[in-house]
Design a protein around this ligand. Structure first.
Ligand code: PLP
Length: 459
């Protein structure tokens, strides 16, 4: 399969190239050039007795079509097996609600799925173009407002020798998030930037454009625009939609037919997704586009309401980000929105399958308290989705017979300073996170300018 740019000006390219490039040459984002038919997946899943497949095996089957004719294809099964070596539970918490726990990876956030898959792809891709020009050292460069940096650092240091450089805004990540950025030894350098997340992103953009950096480094972007991060996320929505609804792959059907009648529209999983840069959002919409039984994809945003405002007004107005308790979602200009638009240029069509809501910090806190009374401890991000589930979705509309699936994006133990004051107990720390917390850490503070960064990287 070939991948094309949302802006239509770059040449179609195979998956490996799209993964290497991150961003297409015309500044757009890569999307599949065509969508395989739902019948295709029904067949594959039936033939492979999908109910007996683990998630990693399932992901290998579903993603194979995107890897066709690519040199990575022969490694796909192994990549999935190594990347997804942790559980993916969906837990029922009441008769109408399940929670899809995406946080059982090494850094306790869903970003582990994409980051591990990406690192393993680069592990295979590394030799050819880079070794030819050995003067330029490969380096992963990533800006993070919270969880991305930790997941990328963990994955690249587990699976590759490629050095990683992380920029994060000083004082705006939780202590445990910061520990996860700074505890990896020499391969990973974490810079605490005096400035905001937007400053970190600006620095990264400048570095990618600078001749100084381009002469010395072969820069790799690991932000959520990279296809290798989105594809595995699509796989867990596909898997969950089959596994946790009573539907069979036989009933996979083309999207265009799906919403003609209301009775059909209610078939399938209804995901509520804590959203920031909209990577997970796009992944779920793509899984739906492939014909997997997904009836609704609802976006829960924090006080950064660019997307909920778009649903209301039809105008997309990017703005500076505001910092909130759900820091990994502090995005005022979600880059993946361009992919949403390329799939649904028309807001009306998008509104049939999705909706978006904005949740304030005080509502997040209220929801964390409420969750405790239901035996749940939610991180501030997951709490936005839970708020939408319990407070917004059903006001004035009780005609809902289906399950709702709250997507839990991080473990609450990463945000203990927010969560613990709201509930009467300490949050238990998962053993993987505990292991990282006890490592020595090193952080380097820098001003938000490129010369300083270049200078520090030289040493
Ligand atoms: C990154 C992140 C999000 C936002 O995900 P997007 O795919 O960027 O919308 C939500 N919750 C947590 C915990 C995250 O780390």
């Amino acid at each position: 399969m070939k991948f094309i740019s949302t802006r239509g000006l770059a040449l179609p390219c195979p998956l490996s190239d799209a993964i290497r490039q991150g961003l297409a040459s015309d500044g757009g984002l890569f999307v599949p050039s065509q969508w395989p038919s739902p019948q295709y997946f029904s067949q594959i899943l039936r033939d492979s007795k999908w109910k007996e497949l683990s998630f990693s095996q399932f992901a290998g089957k579903v993603l194979a079509t995107f890897f066709q004719e690519d040199p990575l294809a022969e490694h796909l099964e192994k990549i999935c097996e190594k990347a997804f070596n942790f559980p993916l539970p969906c837990v029922r918490i009441d008769d109408r609600t399940q929670v899809l726990e995406l946080f059982h990876g090494p850094t306790s956030a869903f970003k582990d799925f994409g980051a591990r898959f990406l690192a393993l792809c680069f592990n295979q891709l590394e030799p050819d173009p880079w070794k030819q020009n050995s003067k330029r050292q490969p380096m992963v460069l990533v800006a993070t407002s919270g969880d991305t940096g930790g997941a990328v650092a963990a994955a690249f240091s587990e699976f590759t020798d490629i050095p990683v450089c992380i920029l994060y805004p000083k004082g705006q990540v939780s202590q445990r998030q910061e520990q996860q950025l700074t505890c990896w030894g020499e391969q990973v350098r974490a810079f605490s930037v005096v400035g905001t997340f937007d400053d970190c992103q600006r620095l990264i953009k400048e570095a990618f454009l600078s001749t100084y950096f381009r002469d010395r480094y072969n820069l790799i972007s690991a932000n959520s625009i990279n296809l290798a991060r989105l594809l595995p996320q699509m796989a867990y929505f596909a898997y969950t939609s089959l596994k946790y609804t009573s539907l069979e792959p036989e009933s996979l059907e083309p999207t265009s037919l799906k919403y003609e009648s209301h009775s059909q529209a209610s078939k399938g999983a209804r995901f509520i997704i804590p959203s920031g840069n909209m990577g997970n959002a796009v992944a779920a919409l793509w899984a739906q586009k492939l014909g997997f039984p997904i009836a609704k994809v609802i976006f829960a945003h924090n006080a950064n309401s660019t997307i909920p405002d778009y649903f209301k007004t039809g105008q997309y107005q990017p703005r500076a980000s505001i910092s909130t308790l759900a820091n990994a979602m502090d995005v005022g200009h979600p880059s993946n929105f361009e992919r949403v638009l390329s799939l649904f240029p028309d807001r009306e069509a998008l509104s049939k399958i999705s909706a978006a809501f904005s949740v304030t910090d005080s509502q997040i806190m209220e929801t964390i308290r409420f969750g405790y009374s239901k035996g749940q401890i939610w991180c501030p991000h997951t709490a936005t989705a839970a708020y939408v589930r319990y407070y917004l979705l059903h006001t004035g509309n009780l005609n809902i017979a289906e399950d709702e699936i709250i997507v839990a994006t991080a473990h609450p133990a990463k945000f203990e300073s927010i969560v613990e004051p709201l509930i009467p107990e300490k949050v238990k720390v998962p053993s993987t996170l505990q292991a990282l917390l006890s490592k020595p850490s090193l952080k380097i503070e820098i001003d938000s300018n490129l010369e300083t960064l270049a200078e520090k990287l030289k040493n």
